[in-house]
Write a protein that binds this ligand. Structure first.
Ligand SMILES: [Zn+2]
Length: 510
């Protein structure tokens, strides 16, 4: 067999190994981070060589030596490339390119301490690295400029795709030491065939450079260098903008736009945390611990942990709370006293209802406020209708709905609206719990409440026309932990039944 160009490879992911970096008889893969014995890597290399030889036997006519130094007539080489090799390369390249597009539609970075299990992949890095080794092996057959370009494109695509696939593995694996450091290196390695991939996916090289900066930023953050982490993430933003501008002009890259948007959220969140460090430079250790504690809770809810826009919103809420605690920027606070401030989403609900007896029927347009306990899901079920101030049910269950006289300005009596009118902008003098949900969650929970509470009653459904709930913002209420939740004297009987597990939530107090 011809002298192979194939180098020592990681038996786990197929990336090339740096044998010089081995210590003793073990070597750590710089791409997937797995330690292995050199002996096993060599065994895997033998296997790779056999697979390539097998593939070549099928692709290249018998007796033809295609190794680099071989002196075969260029015309014959060109013929073999066009007739035998190219069709095989094209088939695999097309498939990988398609699958890489689907991968690029997704966010490929995440926040410190978090894994993202939502990202889906269609190939394993090992098969793609093997494909790249095959491409390398037949490169000597490419004689014409066009054939050489085919080789460069196929190889560039395979390298980029394979390194990105390794990062999907790292995104999912919380146990891997230095996972963000490895991700940073993989994004850089994925961008090494810049020209080939920029032609296929305009904007991708910039996106990969930005992702590399964000991964390094997350790594810095976890090692307590928060300000530096923020600066790195800030550098990524201009690159994301350039990538987005290019992708929005390109048919093949348009699919990246959603992934880019989500990655930008991660960069913005890290910049926000960096600003927090600048505002209070002596508090980095506590900041990192708090973010880690929030991550532990968020991680239990894959749809939160896998959604960078939500993670960004949570980070903003957390930063806002810290600023209120150090008397820098106030937050909205309801009247009342307690040992902890709890976050509520204020939801504005417009509806109209029919009042009056038959001969005096009229429609009434009303604006009602609901408060949604922002962390109700913690320690319990997601999206609980019980997390909402129950403004309607007393009235409805008491049969009072039928007895509306026409003088009412709302069904509930407007209890929350009058409470909100007494709210103030204030700094926080006792710990506050950051909201772990975002506006879409608040809408979802309010809708669940309305469905469970009033829309389930056909008599009510007939008389009531609801418009979509609109989230107006966050308000903090002082409360007291009591067994399974929090109590709020200012809400009285309207207090939501579910507010989340206080044993977990008080630990997140800022
Ligand atoms: Zn590896």
């Amino acid at each position: 067999m011809a002298a192979s160009m194939v180098a020592l490879r990681c038996q786990y992911c197929g990336a090339t190994l740096d044998a010089a970096a081995a210590s003793g008889d073990t070597v750590v893969c710089k791409s997937c981070g797995t330690a292995q014995r050199l002996m096993d890597a060599r065994k895997y290399l033998d296997q790779v060589k056999l697979e390539i030889a097998d593939w070549l036997r099928k692709a290249v006519p018998l007796g033809m030596d295609i190794s680099q130094g071989a002196t075969i007539d260029p015309v014959a080489r060109h013929g073999v490339f066009i007739n035998n090799v190219k069709p095989r390369l094209d088939t695999e390249t097309t498939e990988y390119r398609f699958n890489m597009s689907s991968l690029l539609a997704q966010p490929l970075v995440t926040m410190p301490f978090l894994v993202n299990e939502q990202v889906t992949q269609s190939n394993q890095p090992k098969e793609v690295f093997l494909f790249q080794a095959k491409v390398q092996e037949v490169s000597a057959l490419a004689v014409s400029g066009e054939a050489k370009k085919d080789i460069v494109d196929a190889s560039g695509l395979a390298v980029t795709y394979a390194y990105l696939l390794n990062n999907v593995g790292l995104l999912r694996d919380p146990q891997k030491p230095d996972r963000f450091g490895l991700m940073g290196q993989n994004f850089t390695a994925a961008a090494q065939s810049n020209q080939a991939i920029a032609a296929m996916f305009p904007g991708l090289p910039e996106r990969l450079q930005a992702n590399s900066l964000v991964a390094v930023s997350a790594d810095l953050f976890m090692s307590g260098r928060v300000d530096e982490a923020g600066r790195k993430a800030h550098q990524a933003i201009a690159l994301y903008e350039s990538a987005t501008a290019q992708a929005s002009q390109s048919m093949s890259s348009a699919i990246m736009l959603e992934g880019l948007k989500q990655e930008r959220h991660i960069a913005d969140a890290l910049v926000t945390l960096g600003s927090e460090s600048q505002a209070n430079p002596t508090d980095d250790a506590r900041l990192v611990t708090q973010v880690q504690a929030m991550a532990r809770v968020v991680q239990q809810y894959p749809h939160l942990a896998g959604d960078p826009s939500r993670l960004h919103a949570i980070t903003r809420g957390y930063a806002g709370l810290r600023a209120a605690r150090r008397s820098q920027t106030p937050v909205r606070v309801l009247p009342g006293a307690g040992s902890v401030f709890y976050p509520f989403w204020v939801v504005d609900l417009k509806y109209s209802f029919t009042t009056g007896a038959l001969w005096a029927k009229k429609g009434k347009e009303v604006s009602e406020y609901l408060l949604v306990a922002a962390n109700a899901f913690v320690g319990g079920a997601w999206n609980s209708a019980e997390a909402v101030t129950d403004v309607f049910s007393a009235r409805i269950q008491g049969g009072l709905f039928d007895g509306l006289t026409g003088k009412e300005t709302s069904i509930s009596g407007g209890g929350i609206a009058s409470l909100l009118s007494q709210s103030t902008n204030a700094y926080l003098n006792v710990p506050g719990i950051p909201p772990l949900t975002s506006e879409p969650d608040a809408t979802e929970m309010a809708t669940a409440y309305l469905n469970a509470s009033i829309m389930s009653d056909p008599r009510v459904r007939q008389k009531l026309r609801l418009s979509a709930p609109r989230v107006a913002g966050i308000v903090y209420a002082a409360g007291v932990a009591n067994g399974g939740g929090f109590g709020f004297s200012q809400l009285g009987t309207l207090s939501p039944r579910v507010t989340g597990d206080p044993r977990v939530l008080t630990g997140l107090g800022v």
